[in-house]
Ligand binder design. Structure first.
Ligand SMILES: [Fe+2]
Length: 332
């Protein structure tokens, strides 16, 4: 017997095997294809070490909802890549003073849903509204009666005054109002190098009677930036990029729930179509025009101005700190 014959005789592949091989391939056609739901389960299992943590709760919900969204709209691979490119460009256009992701959250209404759910404000108390991307921490402390219009051409003078009260009507002394708004051109000082540092921003404390009193300018409508991806989204959906005139406030006091909010001017044409969905009926206010020699003389003024009286009503609760603060564009 030659070695060749030996090798043939010991060959592991017999005729029977060759016949059976295609049959195994045929068997495979009966296997169940992997479903997208199985992939979802696999991904959730992969993060199971986070179970019981807040991160795990959020991440697993993001995964479940994102996967369900993809199934619901039958998201196509090129559409997923387009979304990734959209987000990349949101990052690209962002810097210390331009926060495209916050704008995106704002125009999709997500910010207002989160703020409203998180605050859980009691009926009758000051309601929340969007912080927006222009809050700048560390505004100068000002005495009551001070004017935070530090520029030369900021807009029409406005006096804003009133009290900070508990829900039972008790005045709250030492409450803090951290306020900010744009000038008449709709620009916040941090994105407008022609304005003085911290223009139209300030922090005030209520006196022993819970009263506050400040001078600023009457707010105007202004556009949010639409030269980036968020602007494209607005154009695509046929929406304008205007915010109705508003005055930003963070109201806080020891032992009371801190409220981030805005007061909206009642005569504004965009009141019913705020691009960031911030308007709530209780936050719409009316500025009275003070003019005429007699009224001006009574107020000790010579020029006409707007007058807003507004009481902020706080509910007992936790004081919180706003962690976000924008930067100021440098004038290079
Ligand atoms: Fe604003």
């Amino acid at each position: 017997m030659t070695s060749t014959e030996n090798e043939k005789g010991d060959s592991p592949m017999s005729l029977d095997d060759e016949v059976r091989a295609p049959q195994r391939a045929s068997d495979q056609q009966d296997y169940h294809a992997t479903s997208s739901e199985q992939i979802t389960a696999e991904v959730l299992a992969a993060i199971s070490s986070t179970t019981g943590t807040r991160a795990g709760e959020i991440l697993s919900a993001v995964i479940r909802h994102a996967h369900d969204l993809a199934r619901e709209v039958r998201l196509q691979p090129d559409e997923l890549l387009a979304a990734a490119e959209f987000l990349r460009r949101c990052g690209d256009i962002s810097d210390a003073a331009r926060h495209e992701y916050i704008l995106l959250s704002d125009v999709l209404g997500l910010t207002m849903v989160v703020d409203t759910e998180a605050a859980g404000v009691a009926d009758g108390a000051l309601e929340t509204s969007a912080l927006g991307p222009f809050y700048r921490a560390g505004a100068p402390w000002e005495p009551n009666g001070a004017n935070i219009s530090r520029g030369t051409d900021d807009g029409e003078p406005a006096k804003i005054h009133g009290r900070v009260l508990d829900t039972d009507g008790t005045p709250i002394s030492d409450a803090v109002l951290d306020v900010w708004s744009t000038n008449a051109r709709g620009l916040y000082e941090n994105v407008d190098p022609t304005q003085p540092d911290y223009n139209l921003r300030g922090r005030f404390r209520t006196d022993a009677n819970g009263s506050y009193d400040l001078w600023t300018v009457k707010p105007v409508s202004y556009p949010i930036p639409d030269d980036g991806p968020v602007g494209e989204l607005l154009h695509l959906t046929g929406r304008h990029n205007m915010r109705p005139a508003h005055f930003h406030v963070i109201a806080s006091a020891p032992g009371y729930q801190t409220i981030v909010t805005e007061l909206f001017t009642d005569d504004d044409p965009y009141l019913d179509s705020d691009v960031v969905f911030g308007v709530k009926p209780s936050l719409v206010v009316h500025y009275n025009r003070i003019e005429g020699p007699a009224r001006l003389a009574a107020a000790g003024r010579t020029e006409p101005y707007w007058d807003l009286r507004y009481d902020f009503i706080l509910a007992p609760g936790q004081t919180t700190t706003v962690e976000f603060s924008t930067g100021r564009h440098q004038n290079h």
